[in-house]
Design a protein around this ligand. Sequence first.
Ligand SMILES: Nc1nc2c(ncn2[C@@H]2O[C@H](COP(=O)(O)OP(=O)(O)OP(=O)(O)O)[C@@H](O)[C@H]2O)c(=O)[nH]1
Ligand SMILES: [Mg+2]
Length: 446
Amino acid sequence: MTTIAALATPPGEGGIAIIRMSGSMSEAILAKIFRPLSGHLPLEDHRLTLGMLMRENTCVDECMAVVMRAPRSYTRETVVELQVHGGIYLARTVLALCLENGASLAAPGEFTRRAFLNGRLDLSQAESVMALIAARGEQARQAALRDLEGGASAFIQDLSSRLYDLQAGLAAALDYPEEISDEEALADLKPRMLSLAEDLDSACHEREARLIREGLYAALVGKPNVGKSSLLNALIGEEKAIVTSIPGTTRDLVEADLHLEGTVIHLTDTAGQRDTPDIVEQMGVERARRSMERADVILLVLDGSGDLTGDDRVLLQEIRDRDCLILLSKSDLPEHLTESALHELVPGIPVLRVSVRMPDTLKSLKEALLERARVTDTLTLSQPRHMDAARRAARHLRQAAEAMEISVDLASLETDAAQSALAEITGDSVEEKLLDRVFSTFCVGK
Ligand SMILES: Nc1nc2c(ncn2[C@@H]2O[C@H](COP(=O)(O)OP(=O)(O)OP(=O)(O)O)[C@@H](O)[C@H]2O)c(=O)[nH]1
Ligand SMILES: [Mg+2]
């Protein structure tokens, strides 16, 4: 194995930058480039030591260095970390110094890949490291940490061991046909296959997992001048979108994130929808429609101080079958459009009266958004790759159950395929190509 090096902190200016090496040569490289102030080399294990980074006889930077000798490190190889001053040029220079002395530049996720290959983490735990780094809210952090602590792995291992028992039953039926009849095997094994498939399917909650990972997408839509942009600004507490009394003010999509109690809500303010000869506005309306299609929840804004118009009615028809909230805006002004009129028109769709002039009215809107964004159950599986493999395993198990009616041999091929699909999750048996795919999504230096 080569010794790899990378910048472990984001490129940019900061207090410190950390350059990390892993591999059998990392300590020898350290000895060539680092002079501890104490003068003592080798460094004490796992102890941060102050010294100078040297290129031949020139000092490059003052630095803190630590060596974590194999196997007591993240990768289980000897790891060296150098904490240098956090300048872009400086960090690049120190990384180059490591490379000049024999290290190779690490690929994205290569440190974690080594941790996986050396048995420190299984594949689902390795992926959760990146999920933890990518977490944008409390829900995502908790789900990733649960997997890092082996949540998904424990579930899969349990199912895999039940599947091994089942496979042993199939092998016995195949090897001792005179002792175990096909009918007996069918009666015993088929329900177990179906119950395993059921457990796998019910561990996959795609929508909830996506909500946890990405947050909720909410689009503010409505005809021009109803107060969509004003609502976006009031919700995020910032004058992000332009507001005027001229209908057709917003043209492009204006996106902003709202963090509510550990959840992330991606709000999109859109162009007011109407027929218009203005080519720029038409393009805005087209974007608004696409944003509406993609959203998890549509916030249809209707001007509560005005009458319902044809444009409003068209939109009301379109959102009927979607997850939607109707916002009756400008509730500080005398009411024209009532909640009860809307309940009659589109029964079942919640209606909230809001005004940006009365911030208290936004509380119920935030609560309604939070209700949709929050995932109350603890998810057994939260990564798309894991859910995909679990669903494949479930499919093979259902096919195995069907095959039991025809041939035990055929059923055992299906249970083998189910076992391989489960092994992909923990990485017990994976192809290099799959590892490349998994780790390519990582950042360099992790
Ligand atoms: N009284 C009152 N006026 C409001 C309220 N919200 C918005 N307005 C006014 O309504 C007008 C239009 O507001 P915008 O937020 O630009 O409306 P919009 O729906 O984004 O309009 P377009 O971008 O043209 O589609 C502005 O003059 C706002 O000041 C409200 O709660 N109360
Ligand atoms: Mg607007």
